[in-house]
Design a protein around this ligand. Structure first.
Ligand SMILES: Cc1cc2nc3c(=O)[nH]c(=O)nc-3n(C[C@H](O)[C@H](O)[C@H](O)COP(=O)(O)OP(=O)(O)OC[C@H]3O[C@@H](n4cnc5c(N)ncnc54)[C@H](O)[C@@H]3O)c2cc1C
Length: 330
């Protein structure tokens, strides 16, 4: 029986712990935080297809993705769900625990050469799966790290009326990123992602975006409820493993370089990592990850490079780089 340490109890780690435990491995899932799923660092939109990978309870169905550029709306059918990320992560961890995984929160991992220390105590594992997010400590330990980031900032607001669709706003001022309005029942996640280099502009830009949504009667004035922010890796897929250490989710660069979407990739890669670690094969994990994601992420990485180099010519560039436009596939 393989002994597996999973680091990070987000979607990737919980999914990894679940799949490895189900296949009979002895799994310890650790997280540096005190509480699963908190603070929420997500706009909480997932593709409907994620249901094929993990079961979860959505809080709203989304029919279309409406992209707004220069005042014009481009509507694309895009079946998706809004989830409550706190509940989503807690549900995934409950699956892992029922499958047999042991969970230890508020737990510090460190390395001393090749030794693994859990809260300072030497511990031995056959495999370690690093699912510890965009600035992965496990990844840095093996010299694999994300180099390009967007900074995401978001508030939760009360909607003037319920919406069926999710909205994306493209504008040159959201440098290399975009703004979003994702409805969830009576509320909406209102936020934006911007190049990390310009993150100090993000608060002012979000205030301007909120003001515009209030004026256009999407959200209620002064209805701010919660705030969140965080890093989104967008440099493309990283090397998924070295020796007996596997990386999954954001730790492996698996957030889309253009949209920043990463929840579904985190669940899928976590499941693959758990499966391959429990079967004793890091190399097979690498092959499966590359086979599944290399093409999509390589295209995304090239698009992002083009986007950054040609941002000054915004109107033409964005049509070639944002997936709802036909030009994206040319
Ligand atoms: C503002 C914002 C909005 C987003 N919106 C969306 C969206 O709408 N849809 C979407 O698909 N994606 C979205 N994303 C991206 C998505 O949230 C991530 O891709 C996803 O959470 C990745 O899951 P993960 O399990 O790899 O990492 P995480 O969810 O980051 O989980 C990592 C876990 O590792 C733990 N950890 C970190 N360091 C250590 C350590 N040293 N030791 C132990 N534990 C550690 C953390 O506490 C955390 O629990 C958004 C991101 C941001 C920042």
């Amino acid at each position: 029986m393989k002994r597996i340490l999973v680091v990070g109890a987000g979607p990737a780690g919980c999914s990894g712990a679940y799949s490895a435990s189900r296949l009979g491995a002895e799994v310890l899932l650790v997280d540096i935080k005190k509480n699963i799923g908190e603070p929420v660092r997500s706009a909480e939109l997932v593709p409907k297809l994620l249901k094929r990978t993990v079961d979860f309870k959505p809080i709203q169905t989304i029919s279309n993705l409406v992209t707004v550029l220069n005042g014009k709306e481009y509507v694309v059918s895009s079946p998706a769900y809004m989830v409550d990320r706190r509940e989503f992560d807690r549900h995934l961890v409950s699956l892992a625990i029922r499958a047999g995984a042991k969970v230890s929160m508020d737990t510090k991992l460190s390395f001393n050469g090749n030794e693994t220390l859990i809260n300072g105590i030497k511990s031995e594992f056959d495999f370690i799966i690093g699912c510890d997010g965009p600035s992965s400590f496990v990844g840095r330990h093996i010299g694999i790290k994300n180099m390009d980031f967007m900074f995401g900032i978001q508030g939760e607001y009360v909607l003037e009326k319920r919406l069926e669709d999710a909205y994306i706003f493209l504008d040159k001022k959201y440098v290399y990123g975009y703004a979003w309005l994702f409805p969830k029942g009576e509320y909406a996640n209102v936020g934006l992602g911007i190049s990390l280099k310009y993150s100090r502009e993000s608060k002012r830009l979000l205030e301007g975006f909120v003001k515009m949504l209030v004026e256009r009667k999407y959200i209620v004035n002064d209805s701010f409820i919660t705030h969140t922010s965080g890093l989104i890796p967008c440099g493309g897929i990283l090397t998924p493993c070295k020796n007996n250490i596997l990386l999954a989710g954001d730790a492996c660069g698996l957030a889309h370089p253009i949209t920043g979407a990463g929840i579904a990739y985190a669940c899928e890669s976590g499941i693959l990592a758990g499966k391959n670690a429990s079967e004793g094969s890091a190399e097979k994990y690498k092959l499966e990850i590359m086979e599944r994601y290399h093409e999509t992420f390589e295209r995304g990485r090239r698009k992002r490079k083009f986007l950054k180099e040609n941002w000054n010519n915004f109107d033409e560039t964005i049509r070639k780089c944002w997936p709802c436009f036909e030009e994206y596939n040319k």
